[in-house]
Design a protein around this ligand. Structure first.
Ligand code: NAD
Length: 485
């Protein structure tokens, strides 16, 4: 069986304890990963620091950009391997991994290579109090060693989303991928080696969060900054660990995202878009809509339409091109989602469709599947309307006025994403900026331009990444003031 090791200072290093890498489609063990000890995390941080002092620290922007292009090419050369590994680790349909996860990973490296070559900086001519002049200008300096901790839902996409800008800015990184999905991060380490990225620039440590590689990394005194994607509560723990050494943090956390569907929308296009927004990746995208507000005059028709979309999901084996929905990531996560399905009933929900586990009569019955599920009839105070479920489920409620819809959508402690569906241009411009969200889509969902800011408010995160916002997080600006007269 394949063993997945940590990658430290340009070498694959085994850890003492092993853990299973499970295929959620049938519960089979596809590989075993070895857990990094605190000494291994320490060695990774030390290697990163040395790389900053030696070769990588002397690379100019052009050389760093060229290195990132080579990594992008390396991912593309081994595209099929990356896709197969991501599908085996997550159970997501192959069509999704090959359309979204792996192409985006390569794109992340290209986009930030291009950006670092062209990003400008500030400069001011300053009149000094004594009537003379000075010139102020800024230069970018790397933060140093960046700790990167990522989740399992879009494993390679979210990891490279942080690795690429961190390296573009001249940092060295130590990454800790989710224990549920160690495979593509390990392949990425191989690509780094093949691309000739100097030893110590990219380090990978496998393991868990508390009491394991994750905690060792974020609390390491020689780590200069931490960037994290995952649950809001984990973000709170990491923030505490970072406090004593005042590390800058960038957090992309959970969501309980709302969609507002107006009666004047393009009905069929909205239904197709909302089906993705609720069910894509089995609802395991932080941007998925779990709260859907529909104008009362089209409520019944919309609920019926989304029910049809839910029941049309195809649970074929993930490597089958026709599959549209895979399992949840793990037995534990399925237990959590099913607990919400039970809770929704207890809270008085009507189950429009789903609410249970599908039966296959083959090995998929040992996998972690749940039915796509639609609820109606819950009070806005219900836990199922307030808490992130992170499964293929939504609650649909009716609204009567634009103001009322905005108030319902914004009644949340999260603030990640929202979508607004309407053909009324003025309404779109009026409603979108009122959304309590870091990103609001109008008549679309999950369309991403990697140059734009991405992140959330409230429990959904701290800061923005994307484009120049990433460059600003992954670098320190040094303002230089020179007397010119
Ligand atoms: P998680 O918080 O359980 O784990 C994420 C990572 O953190 C894993 O690598 C884990 O090992 C590590 N970790 C856990 N505890 C830690 C600790 N104390 N110290 C250091 N590391 C620790 O999240 P998950 O279950 O893997 O992912 C699902 C969550 O991620 C959902 O809440 C989802 O909304 C969120 N998410 C957010 C975004 C976004 O961009 N805002 C994107 C994807 C997922």
């Amino acid at each position: 069986m394949k063993l997945l090791h940590s990658y430290i200072d340009g070498r694959f290093v085994p850890g003492k304890r092993e853990f299973a890498d499970v295929n959620p489609a049938d519960g089979s063990v596809v590989a075993r990963a070895t857990e990094a000890s605190s000494e291994m995390v320490d060695a990774a941080v030390t290697a990163a620091r040395r790389a900053l002092r030696d070769d990588w620290g002397r690379y100019g922007v052009r050389e760093r950009a060229a290195s990132l292009y080579k990594v992008a090419e390396g991912i593309e050369r081994r595209f099929a391997e990356f896709v197969a590994a991501e599908v085996a680790d997550t159970g997501k349909p192959i069509s999704l991994a090959s359309r979204l996860d792996v192409p985006r990973a390569a794109a992340n490296f290209r986009v930030f290579a291009d950006l670092i070559k062209t990003a400008g900086l500030e400069a001011f001519e300053t009149e000094t109090p004594d009537g003379r002049r000075a010139l102020n200008y800024t230069v970018r300096r790397p933060l140093g060693v960046v700790g990167i901790v990522t989740p399992w839902n879009l494993p390679l996409l979210l990891l490279t989303w942080k690795v690429a800008p961190a390296l573009a800015c001249g940092n060295a990184v130590v990454v800790k991928p989710s224990e549920e999905t160690p495979a593509t991060a390990t392949l990425l380490a191989e690509v780094m080696q093949e691309a000739g990225i100097p030893n110590g620039v990219f380090n990978l440590v496998h393991g868990f969060g508390p009491g394991s590689a994750g905690e060792f990394l974020v609390s390491h005194p020689e780590v200069n900054a931490v960037t994290f994607t995952g649950e809001s509560q984990t973000g709170a723990s990491i923030m505490k660990a970072c406090a004593s050494t005042v590390k800058p943090v960038s957090f992309e956390l959970g969501g309980k995202n709302a969609a507002i569907v107006f009666a004047d929308c393009d009905f069929d296009a909205t239904l197709a878009g909302m089906s993705d927004a609720v069910f894509l990746n089995t609802g395991q995208v932080c941007l998925c809509a779990e709260r859907v507000y529909v104008e009362r005059t089209i409520f019944d028709r919309f609920v019926e339409g989304l029910r049809t979309k839910a029941e049309a999901q195809n649970f074929a084996w993930p490597m089958d091109e026709t599959a549209t929905m895979g399992p949840l990531i793990s037995a534990k996560h399925r237990e959590k989602v099913l607990a919400y399905y039970r809770l929704a009933r207890e809270e008085g929900a009507e189950v429009v469709t789903g609410g249970d586990v599908p039966k296959f009569g083959d090995a998929r019955d040992q996998g972690f599947y749940v039915q796509p599920t639609i609820f109606t009839g819950l009070a806005e105070t219900a836990r199922c309307v307030k808490e992130e479920i992170f499964g293929p489920a939504c609650h649909i409620a009716a609204f009567d006025s634009e103001e009322g819809a905005v108030a319902l959508a914004n009644d949340t402690r999260y603030g990640l994403a929202a979508s607004v569906w309407t053909n009324d241009l003025k309404r779109a411009h009026r409603v979108a900026p009122q959304m309590n969200a870091g990103i609001t889509w109008v008549n679309c969902w999950f369309l991403r331009d990697l140059r734009t800011p991405f992140g959330g408010a409230g429990l959904s995160g701290i800061g923005r990444e994307g484009g120049v916002h990433s460059l600003n997080f992954y670098s320190e600006l040094n303002n230089i003031c020179i007397r010119t007269e």
